[in-house]
Design a protein around this ligand. Structure first.
Ligand code: AMP
Ligand code: GLY
Length: 421
């Protein structure tokens, strides 16, 4: 079959790589892809925000299944649009995507269905928000309602900081808005929990912990993710049951009550406090770099899984996993997450020869005349599967030392909570 994948990150390279392994897939298109997908797919640079142009391309090139990597096209309603033309597409529809598209939508579901999450308030003007903040203990969390690529969240230690954050939100830093979300600060350990659903049944799709901060020791600015490991050190049978019963299942019920269903990957960002899960946020897609970390452990044909979700027979598929530990380190452009240079050559990339349990997925890269150049903040992902997280990290470090890319940097302490050295 012919498959199309939307996205240009490490997540999408990992998805393309697994699709390529399927005997049922004979061609992959990636929109727009990167230098990694370039080797295994046709990279196509058309405007996927223009649904009509995208749909015409799909029909013309006889693409039979579309996989949506990032959240924006989902929140914008691409799935609903393509389905009108009978195009099979893996990902949630516009209403279900509100779980990520609107934090207030999700908080209201939590309230109505008793899903454990931080206490919250929604404020419609600066004065009400500030009056509340003056009476509140800090730290406190201020959030913009809409999609903000992970940037619309402030953890504030003082009233000065929190009122500044509220001002920025109302001034439209994350898009025009007339509301702000203020949340209780939850103190615990974060983990990511993934499921896949066809709208009728669900299956677990692994757990991970990622490192969002740019500096070692989880300090400094927030990023898209500097590395991750899977499984999470927190997960066990009991906690898994609680997450499904208290968080995932009531959320799916809420969507049913709204007259819709959830198809695709669902990523629950959780805070675990004394072995109890609290929902921090939903993402309606796989995480990046969690996807690159988890997919190499998959022993079942990913294409069959996507197809089963589109055909609503996921129940018939047994998803098998390799039980090794997986660790991923992200190599970034110097300066990320702030200003960084683009088009810096990555000279030694061809020298990297990977062992069979190790993987390299591209993110912000392009190829020009057989040479590789960085074009994004997060550039390459190195993943290793091993019996021990420490061994996995050592394997990765060997590649990173060999690559010796002077344009980049990476965190050397990924997985420190599960590695005692
Ligand atoms: P979000 O985009 O909602 O996932 O928030 C980004 C990050 O902010 C999360 O990964 C958490 O580290 C932190 N965060 C968000 N909400 C809270 C909260 N209520 N309490 C503590 N930390 C939070
Ligand atoms: N790694 C965090 C995310 O994908 O949102």
């Amino acid at each position: 079959m012919i498959v199309g994948v939307i996205g240009s990150g490490g997540r999408e390279h990992a998805i393309c790589e697994l699709l390529k392994r399927s005997k049922k897939v004979n061609k992959i298109y990636c929109f727009p892809g990167n230098a990694g997908t370039f080797k295994i797919a046709d990279n196509v640079n058309i405007d996927t925000n223009n649904f009509e142009i995208f749909k015409d391309y799909i029909l013309k090139n006889k693409i039979e299944l579309v996989v949506v990597g990032p959240e924006k096209p989902l929140v914008d309603g691409l799935v609903d649009y393509l389905q009108k033309f009978k195009i099979k597409v893996f990902g949630p529809n516009k209403l279900a995507s509100q779980l990520e598209g609107s934090k207030i939508f999700t908080k209201k579901i939590c309230e109505k269905y008793n899903i454990p999450s931080a206490k919250f308030g929604v404020f419609h003007n600066i004065d009400d928000a500030n009056n509340f903040l003056k009476k509140s203990s800090h730290p406190i969390v201020i959030k913009a309602d809409n999609l903000a690529s992970g940037k619309g969240v402030y953890i504030c230690d003082s009233v000065e900081e929190s009122s500044k954050a509220v001002k920025e939100v109302f001034e439209g830093k994350f898009g025009k808005t007339n509301k702000v979300l203020i949340e209780e600060f939850l103190k615990g350990e974060e983990m990511s929990f993934f499921i896949i659903s066809d709208g009728i049944s669900i299956q677990n799709f692994g757990t991970a912990q990622d490192h969002k901060r740019v500096l070692e020791g989880d300090k400094g600015k927030n990023t898209g993710g500097m590395g991750a490991y899977s499984p999470s050190r927190l997960i066990g049978e009991q906690l898994e049951k609680k997450i499904l019963n208290k968080i995932i299942n009531p959320t799916l019920r809420a969507l049913k009550d709204l007259g819709t269903e959830y198809r695709g990957f669902l990523y629950a960002g959780l805070m675990i406090i004394d072995n109890e899960p609290y929902l921090i946020e939903y993402n309606v897609r796989m995480g990046d770099p969690e996807c690159q970390t988890i997919l190499p452990k998959l022993n079942t044909d990913l294409f069959e899984i996507f197809l089963a979700c589109c055909n609503q027979n996921l129940k018939e598929i047994k998803i098998n996993w390799n039980n090794k530990k997986s660790l991923c380190v992200v190599l970034c452009s110097k300066g990320y997450p702030e200003k960084y240079e683009k088009n810096v050559e990555i000279k030694n990339l061809n020298k990297i020869e990977l062992n069979s349990q190790d993987f390299m997925f591209h993110a912000g890269t392009i190829e020009k005349g057989g040479k590789f150049f960085s074009v994004g903040g997060r550039v390459l992902n190195f993943i290793s599967l091993s019996d021990e997280f420490l061994k996995a990290r050592e394997n990765i470090n060997k590649y990173l030392r060999k690559l010796n890319w002077t344009g980049g940097f990476y965190r050397k302490d990924i997985g420190y909570k599960v590695i005692n050295k």
